[in-house]
Write a protein that binds this ligand. Sequence first.
Ligand code: PEP
Ligand code: MG
Length: 563
Amino acid sequence: MTSTTTLQGVGIGRGLAVGPVVRMPDPLPEPSDVASTITADAEKVRAAGALAATAADIRLRGEKAGGAAKDVLEAQAFMAEDPTLKDDVNARIDTGKTAERSVFEAFVQFRDLLISMGGYMGERATDLDDVSQRAVAHLQGVMAPGVPNPDHPFVLVARDLAPADTALLDLDKVLALITSDGGPTSHTAILAREKSIVAVVGTLGALSLGDGETVIVDASTGVVTVNPTDAEASATLATLAARASASDVPVGPGRLADGTAIPLLANLGAIDKLQDAVDKGAEGVGLFRTEFLFLDSNHAPTIEDQQAKYTALFAAFPGKKVVVRALDAGADKPLSFLNDEPEENPALGLRGLRALRAHESILRDQLTAIANAAAATRAEAWVMAPMVSTVEETRYFVSLAKELGLATAGVMVEVPASALLADRILADADFASIGTNDLTQYTLAADRLLGSVASFQDPWHPAVLRLVGEVGRAGAALGKPVGICGEAAADPMLAVVLVGLGATSLSMSPAALADVRAELSRFTKKQALEFAELALSANSAVEARAAVFAAATLSTTKPTESE
Ligand code: PEP
Ligand code: MG
């Protein structure tokens, strides 16, 4: 008799799944360091051929997958074609090593460099491992280790998944994904979110799972239940069936059961996803992450370049609200033209509006590009500043935006200081948008990129909710909109709580819109207020979640009982 255990990781999205484990095969063994028996020139031809074939293969996978996967895989193909890497491989071959060994060693060196850079770059290290494995497999004439393909649905367990594999997962068969490595901003997580794959990443103990073991994967809590009881497995299946019928709620404006309108907006960071957001019923854009457009650029974008992009964005939402965030550079999203000094603690450094102020001409250009694009289109263009922590910063940004022709300027509330002084900040700003990802990180003092403190990164924490409530109250008193644009808005039950705390709109990844729309439609404003009170009076995130779920279950079963 096997006993039930649980593993904790970081959930991506809110999905739930139950099924048998299938383990990703182990990586290829390290090529041995024996001396080459052929000429260096012949080894160089082999290495160049393998790298070119690997780049072509990865590019083909990108073409097939489309969307964000295409960009990720294109970046990987470039890694295989990197001239510095090729020079390094050739230099190693010149010392008498084989092409296999030289490719392997050159990638290890490249990988170590990325890891030493940490943050966003460090999380790209896995991508390099995959390119290396594919090139070595090509040289050895063996299959690159890939996703297994059993003839039944399964939960895939891996150390981490390469973007090339994540992009092409057969979503009819892969019920969920569990990885032992990878943080919430790894490419695995980004692609899983985009493809709505149920995923828990950075799961301690994941590699102890064996083929065929049954697991329940709950991304909303990051918990993997191993060998669940029959009752637990059936309860999961019942929840899944209930969610499937909930997602039948027709695409339309977000509203509570009593008709209160809660506009549901999209979080976007690319121009090619606009139509998808419209199709999924986004009523506008609540957060356009402009820095995502320029992550690879080593110079500030021109007004013209930006204007073309913002024009495409606004044109997709005629008559609708589109909130463009000024470049949020720093920490895990460094932009070389804004973050020029290395920092010990970049999350607490010159990031967001602070970095923009240090380069005011870049901010002026961006606001000018947004204003020009807005003048040429029919969207209702709003702008907001990231990482605002003082009233003075609010005044600075709002007055600059107005000077440059933008009628509606607001701030993101991502720092506890701004939430605590929301009444004064909102006296100057036209609106507030709460970034719960950073607000949670700063409230709980837990780096949002670190798997080891992921359990603190929970927006259900009553301390975070109390801060959200402060902003909601200030917004209501001053008649100013308060949106939520962090991941918390994509958690259906938490979304109802956030409305109870005063959120007037919710913005999320388009993949989350249907579930949140369905959940809002189940409850009234009065219930949302009650749930908010329950969550606020809890002692922990776990207690808050449990109290609200219990109350919600009770209230939705009541009508059936009285029938
Ligand atoms: C947030 O911090 O919640 C937010 C929406 O901004 P980002 O995730 O881009 O930091
Ligand atoms: Mg943020």
